[in-house]
Write a protein that binds this ligand. Structure first.
Ligand code: CA
Ligand code: CA
Length: 373
């Protein structure tokens, strides 16, 4: 007589468990608040880390801090409510990530700056730094459970340690870090064998910041453009280089991992604000140019200033600024105005001194246009 009762209690218990599980699944499915975001640890991983950084992902104050890139491997938006980053297993709650979400398949870059909270650019900071001599970084949850961890070896400057396949793969060293983007480009198991590209000698050769009919992009727009020139005998790898119109702002656009310039070759980059690389390889920066910009600068992968050109204001539309072919760029007056711009080719058309700009401007833009053109 007791046997059926026992079975009944098992069934009843199983029914309870099923109800609890179902309720749990429903709650998980609802995801609580956060615009449909789900709370999950298994789908979020540490994807890339930089612990010795002087050039990548500048913060709101222009400083380039250590950072950790998290990646959501799922096809659903994920909430990081209850999650933390830490560099100390015994203090799992050092860096609060709550309030952050990651889009499906997306990335979140967290600055390990020693600061805390959201900065002026809307980026999250956590109150610890990562030692370039080697340290562990852990993604933890409430209660100290470790969701993911990476044990960083000693890091050379301006390389990152990341997964060679997003969300999985092996941990390797990348010569061109990709904060907030898919991991890619050249990598190696041993950082000393990374190809960092010797200083390429590539420089900014010509700039047109007010383009209305000289060259249009694949969308048919007359975007601003910058021409780079590789004077070397070898192909120049400029992957990971940054082009910016304001070195002090901390902003800039990074060249993709396959960007190269042939020997004695030219590369035109559209400063269109479109921030994309088209299927035919056309490059578009995330900023536009104007005569009020202080300069255009090219920063190498190792963080060195490769080239900088101060922008004179009030240059007439469709007149470019550049260096005549073969000129010694250190000489005074080497930067000139060209009324016949040459995007993608040598600057071998007639040029005019920039010194003529202020005097001409005082007579009005129309006179300047007439004088230069
Ligand atoms: Ca990345
Ligand atoms: Ca040219």
């Amino acid at each position: 007589m007791k046997k059926p009762a026992f079975h009944n209690s098992i069934k009843s218990c199983a029914a309870c468990m099923l109800a609890v599980l179902t309720l749990g699944m429903l709650l998980a499915g609802c995801g609580g608040s956060g615009g449909g975001a789900e709370n999950s640890d298994s789908v979020v991983v540490i994807n890339e880390v930089m612990s010795n950084n002087s050039v990548y992902a500048p913060s709101d104050d222009g400083s380039c801090y250590d950072w950790v890139e998290l990646h959501n491997t799922s096809d659903r938006k994920v909430s990081l409510r209850g999650y933390y980053l830490t560099d100390n297993e015994n203090k799992p709650g050092k860096g609060f990530l709550g309030g952050q979400t990651i889009e499906a398949g997306g990335y979140l870059v967290v600055y390990c700056s020693g600061r805390e909270g959201i900065d002026g650019n809307g980026r999250l900071h956590v109150p610890f730094k990562i030692s370039s001599k080697g340290e562990s970084v852990l993604l933890t949850q409430d209660g100290g459970r470790v969701s993911d961890r990476v044990d960083l070896p000693k890091s050379p400057e301006n390389v990152s340690y990341g997964r060679n396949q997003d969300g999985g793969g092996e941990w390797v060293w990348f010569s061109a870090p990709t904060p907030g983007e898919r991991n890619g480009g050249s990598f190696a198991q041993d950082p000393s064998s990374l190809d960092m590209g010797s200083e390429s000698g590539v420089f900014i050769n010509e700039i047109l910041y007010d383009n209305t009919f000289i060259l249009y992009d694949s969308d048919g727009d007359y975007s601003d453009w910058v021409e780079l020139y590789n004077p070397g005998d070898d192909e120049a790898d400029i992957s990971g280089y940054i082009l910016t119109d304001n070195l002090d702002s901390g902003s800039g656009w990074r060249f993709p991992s396959d960007a190269v310039i042939p020997p004695d070759g030219y590369l035109v980059v559209f400063c269109s604000g479109k921030d994309k690389v088209t299927e035919n390889g056309e490059l578009h920066t995330n900023f536009k140019l104007s005569g009020s910009d202080p300069h255009v600068a090219l920063v190498s992968k190792s963080g060195d200033l490769a080239s900088i050109v101060a922008l004179p204001p009030n240059v007439p539309a469709n007149v470019s600024i550049g260096f005549p072919e073969g000129v010694d760029r250190e000489l005074p007056d080497s930067l000139r105005l060209f009324s016949c711009p040459t995007p993608g080719g040598p600057n071998n058309t007639a040029s005019f001194s920039i010194d003529r700009l202020p005097a001409a401007v005082s007579d009005g833009d129309g006179d300047l246009q007439k004088e230069v053109i």
